[in-house]
Design a protein around this ligand. Structure first.
Ligand code: FAD
Length: 403
């Protein structure tokens, strides 16, 4: 069996694979792998661009362990199995007056996979999905089941962004919010206009995100429709704000009003290899100006849009938002071209801004930078070693950073 990720830039052949149907089967498989001295990794929905799923041992597919298993409107909590897709939360939560607090550009990731890499949406008042994890059931390297909760905050903060290194996640409890509806406003604005109103755009809207389009062709690469307007050097700006029941549903493109979960998701084609870095929010304007200049110099390698979002702070040890709100800076290389020099130049530029990385997107993290940029990295590694001294859940990509 050969496993390939969604975008097609990572593939490998595990020695064996299995699709357990419940936690008991996961426990048996992990124990068996431990006896054989085999490594174990879990595949989510394969939407990471980095080799975070790769294993030369046992590959687990938990897509049969899927579904929201409990909701508690009073406590604003939802509990789900690991293979639950983001979109599987919508109806069960809405039916009891709840919704995910925030979400990203797509909704086809599995919740355990999305949480493992700190998947986020936009808005400084909201954390990533990892930041709302309040409990995790974990099958560790011994095959024991650990219930990680708010009574052990260090372990919880390690488990919130673990890239699969602490064990197999078999259940997650999330803090959710009251169901809400959103109004989207989408439009093209000049770079200078966006930068002049940067503070206001970020502070005043629930969600502010934009794509700066370096060329006329850039919008189409992410399915962004300019409706005939000039796109080159323009910002495709999206803001979402909560509305009350007095605002009727509206399906006018770029002005929709609807349930939150119908507004958030976008449609992407598997035609880009993405890098995503995070810079402390107070340095956003200077980092963004430097990025625009670098991208203008790097054409045609930099033809994909520069996506810009924000995320609120959290306490997860490996989170890019550990202790600080961030601006999110994403760029892509064109599959089939040698985009590495371009991505390395982005890495070098953003290193000057102490950028942290998205573990699921292309990056050039080194052990030195990890420890300089993530104050709790050593604590994560200590807990990882305690739970998995033989490194059963590490792989070739993660070992150099986290062994
Ligand atoms: C088109 C597209 C849009 C995207 N949009 C966003 C966005 O808006 N915001 C954002 O932050 N990211 C975004 N991403 C990145 C994506 O959300 C992350 O890479 C996420 O981790 C993918 O989830 P997945 O279910 O596909 O997991 P995978 O990529 O399959 O796995 C991710 C990690 O989770 C581990 N894992 C999965 N399940 C378990 C489990 N049960 N136990 C232990 N470990 C497990 C895997 O081993 C791996 O290390 C996007 C990616 C794509 C391709």
């Amino acid at each position: 069996m050969t496993w390939t990720n969604w975008v097609g830039n990572q593939s490998f052949a595990p020695v064996s694979s299995a699709s357990p149907r419940d936690e008991e089967e996961v426990v048996a498989l992990v124990r068996q792998a431990a006896e054989r001295g085999q490594g174990v990794r879990v595949a989510g929905a394969g939407h990471s661009f980095t080799p975070v799923v790769q294993t030369d041992g046992l590959l687990l597919d938990l897509s049969a362990m899927r579904g929201v298993v409990a909701t508690d409107p009073a406590a604003r909590r939802a509990t789900a199995l690991p293979g639950t897709l983001i979109r599987d939360f919508y109806e069960p939560l809405w039916d009891v007056g709840l919704a995910l607090r925030n979400q990203g550009d797509i909704d086809t990731q599995q919740i355990a996979g999305a949480v493992a890499t700190g998947t986020h949406g936009s808005g400084t008042r909201y954390t990533s999905l990892s930041g709302v994890v309040r409990g995790v059931r974990l099958v560790t390297a011994t095959g024991d089941v650990r219930e990680v909760g708010e009574d052990d905050l260090d372990l919880l903060h390690a488990a919130q962004v673990s890239v699969g290194m602490l064990g197999v996640v078999t259940q997650l409890e999330l803090e959710v919010t009251e169901a809400y509806r959103l109004r989207e406003q989408v439009g093209l604005r000049s770079w200078d206009d966006v930068m002049e109103h940067w503070g206001q755009l970020v502070a005043e809207h629930r969600h502010f995100g934009m794509f700066w389009l370096p060329t006329e062709e850039s919008g189409a690469l992410y399915n962004l429709d300019g409706h005939g307007e000039r796109l080159a050097d323009q910002c495709y700006v999206k803001v979402y704000d909560e509305v009350g029941p007095e605002a009727p549903d509206d399906d006018t493109v770029g002005r929709r009003v609807d349930r939150c979960y119908r507004i958030f998701p976008m449609v992407y084609d598997p035609n880009f290899h993405e890098l995503e870095y995070f810079v402390a929010l107070d340095r956003a304007p200077e980092a963004l100006a430097a990025m625009r200049e670098l991208m203008q110099r790097s054409l045609p390698d930099s033809v994909y849009p520069l996506e810009v979002r924000t995320v609120g702070p959290d306490e997860a040890f490996l989170s890019p938002q550990y202790g600080t709100p961030t601006v999110v800076i994403s760029v892509s290389g064109t599959p089939g071209t040698d985009y590495w020099a371009y991505l390395r130049s982005v890495d070098a530029l953003l290193a000057d801004y102490d950028a942290r990385v998205h573990w699921g997107k292309l990056h050039f993290m080194t052990p030195e930078r990890l420890h300089a940029l993530y104050p709790r990295a050593a604590d994560f590694i200590a807990l990882r070693r305690e739970l998995d001294p033989d490194g059963m859940f590490l792989n070739d990509h993660l070992r150099p950073l986290f062994a």
